[in-house]
Design a protein around this ligand. Structure first.
Ligand code: NDP
Ligand SMILES: O=C(O)C1=N[C@H](C(=O)O)C[C@H](O)C1
Length: 248
């Protein structure tokens, strides 16, 4: 039975994950680590996989620490961009027995939306992303929007698409949002949302909107559990739930 250490165990995702793991006959919660807890509990309690949901400012160090201890890692924390993945890959050179699985979103709906957006993006002049989250979220844009922008931009570059047209020259309040690799990204923080995203695509005379909504963290738990089960068999560093869903 795999022994799981949950980092950020008393946070929103940590609590939901501990509950889901405890209800799984093949997985066991070996350690629950939160602020002020000693990371060495992970070793003492013989965890073999770390599930990281600590905030983005500390999660990178936690991932590196786990790699050095020889523990597989599933990274749920948002904001692991391509540069972060490169740093993980570099750390794994000296720890080839360790696997790291970076999962920007555990929801099947979000993963499919990103996939469909990537397929559609080369067929449209304009693409922008709007993500909607609860106001307790500390980072913007969401990891999901970051990942969507990265893969959509790559698909458009490979297809030789021009940048999305935009005549804006005056924007003193930042109303046009951010740009990730040339894709406009807008972050909304409104009570009542858990996690939603829209990808808006347009040509002259037509628009298409792809949208997903996660209403509760329960929607993420099948993805969390399947990622924990998969990581021992995913050598090196892998990004995205797509590989588990057979979408790669
Ligand atoms: N991949 C996915 O599908 C999902 C990813 N996420 C991402 O997961 C991350 C966590 O989200 P969420 O659970 O909502 O956040 P929370 O703030 O609810 O949870 C984070 C927890 O980590 C604790 N913590 C802070 N610093 C440390 C530390 N140094 N060591 C150990 N624990 C620490 C916090 O304690 P305290 O509150 O006392 O500071 C808190 O209990 C975010 O990056 C979020 O975007 C979220 C949902 C889904
Ligand atoms: O903070 C959250 O809640 C979420 N964060 C992840 C992200 O940044 O994309 C995943 C999901 O959207 C929920």
């Amino acid at each position: 039975m795999n022994q799981i250490a949950v980092l950020g165990a008393r946070g929103r995702m940590g609590v939901a994950s501990v509950r889901a793991i405890e209800a799984s006959p093949d997985l066991n919660v070996a350690a629950e680590i939160d602020l002020h807890d000693d990371l060495h509990d992970i070793i003492d309690r013989k965890a073999d996989i770390a599930l990281v949901f600590t905030p983005p400012d500390v999660a990178h160090d936690h991932v590196q620490w786990c790699i050095k201890q020889g523990i597989h890692v599933v990274v749920g924390t948002s904001g692991f961009d391509e540069a972060s993945v490169e740093r993980i890959r570099a750390a794994l050179v000296d720890h080839s027995d360790v696997n790291v699985f970076v999962v920007p979103n555990f929801s099947v709906g979000a993963v499919l939306m990103t996939k469909f957006a990537t397929q559609a993006a080369p067929f449209f002049e304009s693409v922008e992303i709007i993500e909607f989250h609860h106001p307790g979220k500390v980072d913007a844009p969401s990891g999901t929007a970051l990942r969507t922008a990265e893969v959509v931009a790559r698909a458009r570059n490979e297809a030789g698409c021009a940048p999305s047209p935009d005549a804006t020259v005056l924007d003193p309040y930042g109303a046009r949002g951010g740009q990730i690799e040339g894709i406009g990204v807008h972050s909304i923080r409104v009570s009542g949302f858990m996690s939603s995203q829209e990808v808006l695509l347009g040509n002259e005379g037509e628009t298409m909107t792809l949208r997903y909504d996660s209403i509760s963290r329960e929607s993420l738990m099948p993805g969390v559990l399947s990622s924990l089960r998969a990581v021992p068999n995913l050598p090196g560093v892998t990004v995205g739930l797509e590989v588990v869903l057979g979408l790669d």
